[in-house]
Design a protein around this ligand. Sequence first.
Ligand code: NAD
Length: 473
Amino acid sequence: MENNRRNFLKAASATGLGLMAANPFSAYAQTPDEWAQVHQQATRPRVQKFNMSGYAAPKLETVRVGFIGIGNRGMGAVERMNKIEGVEIKALCDLRAERVDKAKKLVEASGHRPDTYIGTPEIWKKLAERTDLDLIYILTPWAFHTPMAVFSMEHGKHVCVEVPAAKTIEEAWKLVETSERTKKHCMMVENCCYDFSELLTLNLARNGFFGEIVHGEAAYIHNLQDYVFSKNHFYQLWELHEMYQRQGNLYPTHGLGPICQVMNINRGDKMEYLTSMSSNDFVLGNLAKELAAKDDFYKPYVGKSFNGNMSTTTIKTNKGRTIMVQYDVSSPRPYSRIQLVSGTKAVGLKYPEPARYSTGHEWMSAEEYKALEQKYLPPIVKKMGEVAKNVGGHGGMDFLMDWRTVDCLRNGLPLDQDVYDAALWSCIAPLSGWSVANRSNSIDVPDFTGGSWKNNAPVDISMTKGGTTKAKV
Ligand SMILES: NC(=O)c1ccc[n+]([C@@H]2O[C@H](COP(=O)([O-])OP(=O)(O)OC[C@H]3O[C@@H](n4cnc5c(N)ncnc54)[C@H](O)[C@@H]3O)[C@@H](O)[C@H]2O)c1
């Protein structure tokens, strides 16, 4: 089996994406030699070619968009972009005709006339090669994110790519190097950075409420048992396949992104090293067996070595802060991204909800929370919060993110999340995999910014510029 895998790896690297499309699991380390390569990628020194942090691309009056991947998440993105002024939806792509047809009908009702790209694993390249698009929005399974983003930037397009943007450290480097070379934005659309509660915490941090930030905790704890084994939820059960090919903290960005913004990671501080530990799997293997006893469809999943149920990563930053990130999508637990921000003067905690703050021994009362919220609600939420809630998408944060991204592009402003954030937040997965495979030893976190983290400006939470784009609601 190992020989087959090695032959496959060789063939995959020789033929590139074509074969990756057939087997998206080509890039995982499993042997000591392969782990050594991961370590090498993580510790590789680098000189930055061009700084994409704070980079403002030329203004676009109209943002001409093409979508690749119109599954669960893609349809939502099409619906949201359909409601933003100054967006022209020009191209839609998915393997499945029915998804594209549905999205096409939806946007045609608002006057868009998109071309469609359907049916073959590489037809998306035709969309990316067009010369009349400004932005490509990628919402496919994880394995295709980096290849599609790199190809799109190479063909002159800005990119919005779903989380995680990269699955391997090598892919993360590719994103950084391509974005710098092409001067195209590569924004990983980490929507949780636009959750109203996370934005309030960020604004409080900027206003000194927490004092010096010391420690943050983040997580993706979401019971996905039913979804990952469903025959209909994820296209060809792609997320279940991810869960037996790899070990570690596979989906770190939702919890981690907002904590990094609070700590100004890549913009004044940087991650130095991490260590990670995973439990064994006590759930998924048994579920596969139970399902296979009733339905032959699940027999291929019996005996697979599933990722441990709980993975915990701890990170040390250059300024001496610590971050904990957990991942558990298979235990029967209520949803949580934790979102703990602990400083020298105060602490904030979002989960279990309601969110709360404290400056001493007791949590604030609901009234005190309300007063704090009224005083420190950031301008973006004041301006667009109600509209975003009405449009929807995880309580409004999805719309807020898309609106803000389009507004930045139309006003020639830097995007809130750059390629260094995409690379860094995504690469926690492969780095944690290395640590788990190596008895939780520590591994360096690459500095994707090549040293520019020392001077990069923090995210503009005050929205000092822009805000001119209207919602079509
Ligand atoms: N930010 C969030 O809150 C959030 C929530 C859910 C999912 N996601 C992310 O969104 C992405 C998509 O997840 P999903 O739940 O929509 O999955 P999905 O399986 O519903 O959708 C994926 C779509 O990609 C299409 N596709 C696959 N290969 C393709 C190819 N070569 N060319 C064109 N289309 C192709 C499939 O046909 C499918 O419609 C994932 O990366 C996931 O992690 C993010």
